[in-house]
Design a protein around this ligand. Structure first.
Ligand code: HEC
Length: 264
């Protein structure tokens, strides 16, 4: 049986591609009270659950009661729980207030550089990841099947995927379904087709090709543009002069200016 919920946010499903975990999950993240939590803490529990949340996502907010139940049922069996906030705009204060209001009983870690989201492959909220005491990723995906499809909520939850995975982990069995796509709100910035441009790979070749003939020591331009600091401190000026076609002096290249020159 299904009824229609009205999510305010675009609901998307996670990529079903398992992100190749190249090694143990590593992190060193600050919690909402300012304390650091390094990945060495994983060894203190049989397993650790990271639940990716967002303060403004109705999908993940609707899970607050189930998160409290999960904590009550598994914490005393050696499972550690953290909520993870990977939207860079979330602040410690906002997260603390949110978790208090929704009664989330475990620590919140702030992941402003999205390292843990990248390491684990989490892409939406809510999404749960189980990591072993040695940092191996054992499960990633939905908490249960309450969201049937975009905008559709099941009245009865049938599949408790996170609980099933935890039960298997705790008796030393392999997780039968280690990657179950989750429906939720996209974690901003992680679903782009192209990764963020980097200086060495994307920007430097352009500067060398179009600018360095004049912008190098001893040439006519007033400063060099050969190294990252030279370019980075003039990033907005560079964006302006290339967009306005003032630079390079003889050739407009609007597309490049727009897509590559926003080094900040
Ligand atoms: C043919 C030589 C030449 C090339 C090629 C060239 N520049 Fe310049 N650039 C100059 C000169 C000369 C000036 C100083 C002009 C002036 O102040 O009027 C300058 C000034 C600038 C300035 C400062 C503008 C300002 O208002 O102070 C920026 C930023 C800049 N160039 C960026 C670039 C970038 C980025 C490229 C490559 C995409 C580039 N230039 C390619 C010769 C060049």
């Amino acid at each position: 049986m299904e009824n229609s919920a009205i999510p305010r946010f675009a609901v998307i499903s996670t990529l079903s591609v398992i992100v190749a975990a190249a090694g143990p999950v590593t992190f060193n993240l600050r919690d909402a009270d300012g304390r650091f939590h390094p990945s060495s803490e994983l060894t203190q529990s049989k397993a650790t659950v990271f639940v990716f949340l967002a303060t403004d996502c109705p999908n993940s907010n609707s899970y607050a009661p189930e998160l409290a139940r999960l904590y009550k049922d598994y914490e005393n069996r050696g499972v550690a729980f953290y909520s993870i906030y990977s939207d860079p705009t979330e602040t410690a204060t906002k997260v603390r207030e949110h978790d208090r209001e929704y009664g989330i009983p475990f620590s919140a870690l702030l992941d402003p550089h999205q390292t843990l989201a990248r390491e684990t492959g989490a892409r939406v909220t809510p999404e749960a990841v189980i990591v072993s005491s040695s940092g191996e990723e054992l499960y990633r995906g939905r908490i249960d099947d309450r969201f049937a499809n975009f905008g559709k909520t099941r009245i009865r939850v049938d599949k408790h995927d996170l609980r099933t995975a935890l039960d298997q982990v705790l008796v030393g069995k392999p997780v039968s379904n280690p990657d179950v796509p989750s429906l939720g709100c996209a974690i901003p910035g992680l679903n782009q087709a192209e990764p963020n441009p980097t200086f060495d790979k994307d920007v430097a070749p352009i500067l060398f090709h179009y600018c360095a003939s004049c912008h190098r020591p001893g040439q006519i331009a007033p400063f060099s543009l050969l190294a990252y600091p030279d370019a980075a401190k003039r990033a907005s000026l560079i964006a302006m002069v290339t967009a306005s076609h003032f630079m390079p002096p003889w050739k407009p290249f609007r597309t490049m200016a727009n897509s590559k020159m926003q080094i900040t």
